[in-house]
Each structure stands twice: as C-alpha cells, then as structure tokens.
Design a protein around this ligand. Structure first.
Ligand code: ZN
Length: 273
C-alpha cells in the first residue's frame, strides 16, 4: 500500500521527500473560500514525479445543500479542481459528502448530489469522503452512504466515482464503528463498491461524538489496535493508498507514516506510476 500525508500546497514534492511519502494530498485552491485554483507552475514536475498525488476540494463544497447557489458553486468548484488535478496528474479529488444545510430529507440530499455531479466531466476520479458530523449527512451512516453511492452509480456520470474512507470520521460519526472497526471498514467498502483512498487519523473525541478533530496516530481516543485493524482491512480489500491528515509538527507526519508502513505491505515499484 502507498502511504503518505496531506501536504501544504506550497511545495508538496519537498514535503514528500522530507517525510518519506509515496503519496501526497493537497488543496489546489484556498480551502475555506470560493476561489478557482491557479495553474500550478510545478504541474509537470508533479505529473512526472514517482509520487501519487491526490487533491482535496475546498471545504465549502456541499453537494447536499438546500441552497441552489451553494450547489451551483460546488459544481463549479469541483469542475475547476478536477481540471487542475488532471494537469497535475492527480489520481482523484476528495470531496466531503456534505449535509442538507438549510433543510430537507436524506432523499433530498441524495437528489441534490445527483444534480451537482451530473454536469461534471473528467478522467480524474471524484472521491466521496465519509463525514463525522452534521444532521441529514449522507456520508455519516452506512445505510445512507450505501444509498448515496447507489443513487450516483445509477446515473450515467461523466466522471469516475470513488470512495475515501476516513478513520476519524467513521469513529466519531457513527457509534457502530467502535463496536467492530474492521467489520465497519468492510461494510463501508461494500456500500461504496470499494475504497480508493484511506485517510488515517486518530480522533481527539470519543466514539460517536459527532466531532471532526484529527490527531496523530496513538495520541487520540481510538487506540492503535483499532487503527491498525481498519488499515489492514482496507488494504486487504484493495485500498491502494493511505494518507495521514494529522498535525505535522514535531515530526508528527514522519512518525505517523512510519507507523502506517509497519502495518502495511510494501507497495513496491509496480504500484507507482
Ligand atoms: Zn479526511
């Protein structure tokens, strides 16, 4: 399995070298404002690097929002991020599954998702990530995740669809996760059709707390045994890459990546582009 970390957008190649990452995830535009990505000057370098790159859409994106203006901005933001991701040779663009902000049922949330995804066109995969919080959030509980993916897969989309599983979000979002973490990962893969990217983060909060606060592996409430069970299950089910989105200070990423490597099989040259 390829392992790596989220990287500051500034110099992902240097970041990867520094922490010994096979894969990096970066934002292609400021994560908390609606702004189109600028064309990266290191796009060729990123594309040619023996490194897998994944991109993360801005956090404002909410395909399940009741507000048509937010959905329209989300479609635009996803499209321009997919376009720039393609220039940079990224394998996927991660987007949170969102929530029905402004009202509506789960059925409405799923219908809004379809409306947002339908105009998108790209060869880069859109990776929908499970979420820790929010009411009427289609990425929070397994039955809703299955419903969202089922509905999206039934539509003839012009973008490959994939799933990103975040260990912290599952732990904090759904109390079911803590009772059988490995089984939960397997059930998620079943609901989505597979795991394309793993986000491995410990949680500062108790199981089912509904909060999204990441921390370094082994320093939160999940415990290393739970995290290891989730990672090895995802690897066994074919997840190709795992990244940490944890604090990088004081060697945090380096230590977390070393921990991931101790749990996973060496990816080898074949998995690299
Ligand atoms: Zn994540």
């Amino acid at each position: 399995m390829l392992v790596g970390c989220s990287s500051p957008a500034k110099d992902p190649l240097a970041c990867a070298r520094e922490v010994d990452a096979d894969v990096v995830q970066l934002h292609l535009s400021a994560p908390r404002v609606w702004r189109d990505p600028k064309q990266r000057i290191d796009a060729d370098e990123l594309r040619d690097a023996a490194l897998v790159v994944s991109a993360h859409a801005p956090y404002l994106c909410n395909p399940a929002s009741a507000d048509p203006a937010v959905r329209e901005k989300t479609t635009r933001s996803l499209q321009v991020t997919l376009d720039e991701a393609a220039r940079c040779g990224a394998r996927g663009v991660v987007v949170h599954a969102g929530h029905a902000a402004g009202g509506g049922t789960m059925e409405d949330a799923v219908a809004r998702w379809i409306e947002v995804a339908r105009p998108l066109h790209s060869d880069v995969a859109l990776l929908i990530e499970n979420t820790a919080a929010g009411q009427t959030a289609p990425g929070r509980h397994l039955a809703d995740i299955a419903r969202l993916f089922g509905a999206l897969r039934a539509v003839d989309l012009d973008v490959p669809l994939g799933a990103c599983f975040d260990t912290c979000h599952a732990w904090a979002g759904d109390p079911l996760c803590a009772t059988n973490p490995a089984g939960y990962v397997a059930a998620f893969a079943e609901a989505t059709g597979g795991i394309d990217l793993l986000h491995v983060n410990d949680s500062k909060d108790e199981a089912g707390a509904g909060r999204d606060r990441h921390t370094n592996l082994g320093t939160g409430r999940m415990g290393l045994d739970v995290l290891e069970a989730m990672v090895t299950t995802a690897e066994r089910l074919g997840a190709p890459a795992a990244i940490v989105e944890t604090p990088s200070e004081d060697g945090g990423h380096r230590a977390d990546i070393a921990m991931l490597r101790s749990w996973t099989a060496d990816a080898g040259e074949a998995a690299l582009r």
